[in-house]
Ligand binder design. Structure first.
Ligand code: FPP
Length: 248
């Protein structure tokens, strides 16, 4: 008996990799690869709802990306500004709830304001949640969460006797209130998590695609979803087939 496979993924998270190699192949500077990557972001956001996705998380700038050349860091900051300034009205009109994941304190003041504006203007939308992970690192997010829990315990010493639960941690992460990613996609052929959603990916399925991010389109997304739907998710338990065998 063949297993029925998973249902369509609700939360899809993407490590958008390969911008630099895409540019190098064309003899262009890396920054033009990131610019072309923003076009792919637009394509994927526009088709995500039609693909059955309710939460889309995109890894746009990691805590470790500060180590890149200053010009490249400036370009990535400029692309976030451009995305919010140019696309916010369209996102707002299309029912998209924008959420920025990651550390805010070391971002420039105008970016902090733009990020806040994007979140405020779209907070009542519910067709699709678009998480942009920017200045984001999974370990940094967990460290910030631990810090919040310590402060909560200090404010409420009665709680000190109770152990910390996984739910308590989930509730103070940047993704609080959201479901964990069902599917994580990484483009460009690399097969690493790179500090992306470290806590949330505990039971995610991974699909690695041999395409540089700037070339990514709806067909690639649908292929990844089809591969996911052929997977047998067990969450540490048994597959549907195994359970059926036991019931016989
Ligand atoms: C990884 O490719 C990609 C990034 C570090 C940046 C991703 C950013 C975008 C797609 C555009 C900005 C998007 C938003 C929403 C503001 P890489 O540079 O590591 O590629 P390489 O491994 O080929 O060098």
């Amino acid at each position: 008996m063949r297993d029925m496979g998973a249902t369509s993924p609700q939360h899809v998270a993407i490590i958008m990799d390969g911008n630099g190699r895409w540019a190098r192949m064309r003899g262009m500077p890396r920054t033009l690869g990131h610019k072309a990557g923003l076009e792919a972001v637009r394509r994927v956001v526009r088709c995500a709802g039609d693909c059955g996705i309710t939460t889309l998380t995109l890894y746009a700038f990691s805590s470790e990306n500060w180590a890149r050349p200053p010009q490249e860091v400036r370009e990535l900051m400029a692309l976030l500004r451009l995305f919010i300034r140019k696309d916010l009205a369209e996102l707002e009109a299309n029912g998209i709830h924008v959420k920025i994941l990651g550390r805010r304190d070391n971002l420039q003041a105008d970016i902090k304001r733009l990020v806040q504006e994007a979140e405020d203007r779209t907070k009542h939308n519910d067709r699709l949640t678009l998480n942009v992970a920017f200045n984001y690192g999974g370990r940094d997010e967990i460290a910030r969460a631990v810090d919040v829990l310590i402060r909560q315990r200090l404010a409420e010493p009665a709680k000190l006797g109770h152990g910390v639960t996984p739910e308590e941690i989930s509730n103070v992460l940047d993704t609080r209130g959201q479901s964990d990613p069902d599917l994580v996609i990484r483009t460009s052929g690399e097969k690493r998590l790179s500090n992306f959603l470290t806590w949330q990916c505990a039971y995610s399925e991974f699909v690695f695609q041999d395409v540089y991010w700037p070339d990514y389109d709806e067909t690639h997304l649908r292929d990844a979803i089809a591969e996911y739907m052929d997977r047998d998710r067990r969450f540490g338990g048994l597959s549907a087939v195994e359970k059926a065998d036991i019931a016989l």
